[in-house]
Design a protein around this ligand. Structure first.
Ligand code: ZN
Ligand code: ZN
Length: 293
């Protein structure tokens, strides 16, 4: 059942297909009245989203989603209620952005060694206003006949383990948490199942570790997870007395099956309660030693 809130969404400030303003407009049309914008490693869409929120009657929560250095799966931490002008937050995000820009020419070089000639300008043109990423390299490889489709371009060249793969710069957890807290935000683990742990007991152990490291919440409900996983994660998060959040991880046309406000069948959360819990948590932020990192 769709909800009237969504705390995990992407605009074209990262890898979503809608501009921040259009995303907020779509939220209003979809009955979503509270929306967090959580673009990957950037807060550059937040101002436009907040302005659009005022126009369309949607409460926009300034957020971000930061990729963390982790194995075996992917660890993403969302920050909510951020002061987007905070210098520590900006410096950290800027570091990731610069690393990302440096990565792109190296992918071009690796492709060249393989006899595939594409230019950064071609990839930039494919990206348009979007944050440049591997899907745009794939698009150009297909356009130039080096691959039949995007999937093949990834499998043969761009995916992890393929010859033109370049790993993305990821931050240590402590740094990401420190950046979020410096900016007055709360830190929440996104889509837990993407950590790819074995059992629910493993998740419980990991959540305890995260809590000790300053992560206050878990996105127990997410469109990547089955209903059973959602409910199990909800239970263990509650046991640990951590914030419980929910979000779709909406990307627009890029992931068309994921819809705004949809992240499970039986979601026993009200947005008013989530916000109240987040605000109560933020009052205790001074407990953490921010300047240590
Ligand atoms: Zn994510
Ligand atoms: Zn996301």
């Amino acid at each position: 059942m769709p909800q009237n809130f969504d705390l995990h969404t992407h605009s074209n400030a990262s890898d979503g297909s809608y501009s921040p303003g259009d995303l907020v407009k779509l939220a209003a049309e979809s009955g979503v009245t509270t929306l967090a914008l959580t673009d990957h490693d950037t807060v550059s869409g937040v101002v436009e989203a907040v302005v659009a929120g005022k126009k369309f009657g949607v409460t926009v929560i300034p957020g971000v989603e930061i990729s963390i250095d982790f194995a075996p799966g992917a660890m993403h931490i969302c920050g909510y209620y951020l002061d987007i002008d905070n210098p520590e937050l900006q410096a950290g995000l800027n570091f990731v952005q610069v690393a990302r820009r440096n990565r792109n020419p190296r992918i071009i070089e690796k492709l060249k060694v393989l006899g595939l000639n594409i230019t950064l300008d071609e990839v930039k043109a494919a990206a348009g206003p979007d944050q440049l990423g591997r899907p745009h390299f794939a698009k150009v490889l297909v356009q130039k006949g080096y691959a039949n489709d995007t999937q093949e371009a990834f499998n043969k060249y761009l995916a992890k383990g393929a010859p033109a793969y370049m790993d993305k710069q990821r931050l240590p957890l402590a740094q990401a948490v420190a950046m979020i807290k410096a900016a007055g935000g709360v830190a929440v683990l996104a889509h837990p199942v993407q950590l790819r742990l074995e059992t629910m007991a493993d998740y419980l152990t990991k959540f305890k570790e995260l809590k000790a490291a300053g992560v206050e919440g878990i996105e127990a409900f997410n469109s990547y997870q089955s209903e059973a996983e959602n409910q199990q994660l909800y239970r263990i998060t509650k046991e640990l007395d951590m914030l419980i959040t929910a979000g779709s991880d909406f990307h627009g046309e890029i992931k068309p099956k994921v819809k705004l406000g949809q992240f499970g069948e039986n979601v026993p959360l009200r947005i008013e309660d989530i916000i109240e819990a987040i605000q109560a948590t933020r009052k205790n932020l001074k407990l953490y030693e921010l300047k240590e990192y």
